[in-house]
Design a protein around this ligand. Sequence first.
Ligand SMILES: [Zn+2]
Length: 510
Amino acid sequence: MTTTIFHGGAIRTGGRDEACDWVLVDDDVIAALGTGDRPTADRTVDLDGGVLIPALRDGHVHLPATGLYASGMDFRDEGSSAAIVAAFRERARTGEILFGGNFEELDAPLGRHELDAAVGDRPALLARADMHSCIVSSALLNTLALDDVEGVDRDGDSRPTGFLREQAASEAWKWFDASLTAEQQRDAVLAAVDIAYSRGVAEVHEMFVVEWRGWDSAERFLATIGEVALNVPVYLGTDEVDRVYELGFRRVGGDWFLDGSFGSHTAWMRERFTSQPPSGSSETGLSYRTDEQVHDLFRRAQEKGMQVGVHAIGDAAIDQAIRAWGRVAEEFGIEAVRRFRHRIEHFECSGDENIEAAAHLGLAASVQPAFDAFWGARDGLYSERIGWDRARLMNRFKTMIRAGITLGGGSDSTVTPLDPFLQMDAMRRHHVEEERLDAHAALWVMTRGVSRLAPTEGNRGAIERGAWAEFALVDRDPLTVEGDDLLKAEVLGTWVQGKRAWPKNEAETA
Ligand SMILES: [Zn+2]
C-alpha cells in the first residue's frame, strides 16, 4: 500500500462548491481530501502551481483509426484534392499501408483514377471525415465483392468512380483491417492511447464496429487494450449478443448503426434533405434496420442483463430507438430498462418529444459537442443539409440535461480530435445560445458524465473520497479561462488509477 499526497496548486473536484487544496491517494483510490493541514504520505506530488482536475474522459472513440491518422495521413481542413493525391504519392514510395482520411469538401473531383495515378496498382483507401464513406483505388476496388451491395457511386457509363458509401464502404474497411498486420494495428492503438494521455484522458469508450471490421480484428484489438492502463470500456458493434456475452462483456452495440451520417447524406430523417443527395440515394437518408431487428437486439440484450448502445443521428433513427425501447419497457417493465442506462450514440436531431421519452426510459445521450463546433453554424454543413430551422434543433445539450438525461461527451475520434478541451469549448460556445453549457457543466459532461455512460466500472469522474485516483494536471483553470484560452490548455500530467501515465518520461504505467 502506497500513499501519495497531491498539493501545491489549485484543485477542482468537479463538485460545485468544494474547497480543496490537497488530495490523499491510497494506491489507486482517493482516501481523503481537504484544506489546510495535510496528512503525511509515502510520496508527494507537487502540483507546482498547476490546476488538478478530475481526469477527462471520452465516451465515443475509434482508437485504431486515431492512431493510424496520427502517422501523417490526416487531411482535416485540407480542401485541395491535389494535395491529398500528392500525399498518397509520397506515401506510396514507402512500403507503408496507404490509408488516410478526414477529408470533407474538396476543390476538385477525386476518385479512383486520381488515386491510381498516385499509388499505381496498390490498394489505397481515403476515408471521409464522418467515416461513413470513402474513396478507394482501382486495385482495392477490384478486390471487393460489391455486386449486390448498396452505396457504390457510378459515373455516366455506370462504372464505379471509387467513391463508396455505408455498406459498400464497410467492405473496404474489412479489407483494410484484414490487411493491417497485428503489429501495425497494435502500434496504432498504442499511439492513440498516448494521444489520450497527452490530453488528460483516463478513459475512452471504444466503439468497435465488428460488423465492418470483423472478429479477427476485434480480437487483436482486445488483446492490445489488455496491455494498457487506460480504462477502455469496449462496445462491440454487432448483433451477436451471445458471443459478446461469452467474451465477458455486459454491454453490446455502441456504433450499431440505425442510420449513417449527415456528411454522407445517410442520416435517417423524417423529412427530406434540402440539399441534393448523390444520385441513387434516398432523399431521407438511410435506415439500416427494421423495427423488428432493433427490438430483437434490445430484447435479447435486456434479457441477458446487458447495456446497449445504438448509433442514431437523424430524427427518424432516434424515433426508431425510442419505439423499440418503449416496447422493451412494456415487456420487462420500465424500471428494468432504466437500470441499464442504455445509450443513444450521437442523438443529434431531436424534438422535445424524443428528449422527454428518452428521459422517461432512462436512456443516456453519448454526444459529440465538437460536431456542433465543426458543422453547426448557420452556414455550416448541417444547415446546408436540412436548413437552419431544423439544424438548430440538433445537439440540444442544455435541453437534454434539463429533461434529466445523463449526458456524456465524446469526440468520435477520428471524426473530431480526441481532445476534451475542444469538446468543452464546443459546449460553452454552442451555435444555438440556449443550448450552451457553463464551464462547470461542460467539465462534468467530459468527466462524470462519461463515467455514467458506462455505469458498471466503479466510482470515477470526480475528485471525491472513494473514487478512483484519476487526475489531469493542467496549466490553467478550465473553470475560469475564457474563449480560445481553453483550447490552448496544456496537460502537465495525467494519472490513471493512481499511476502517472503522462508525460511519458515520468510514466509509471504503459
Ligand atoms: Zn457512431
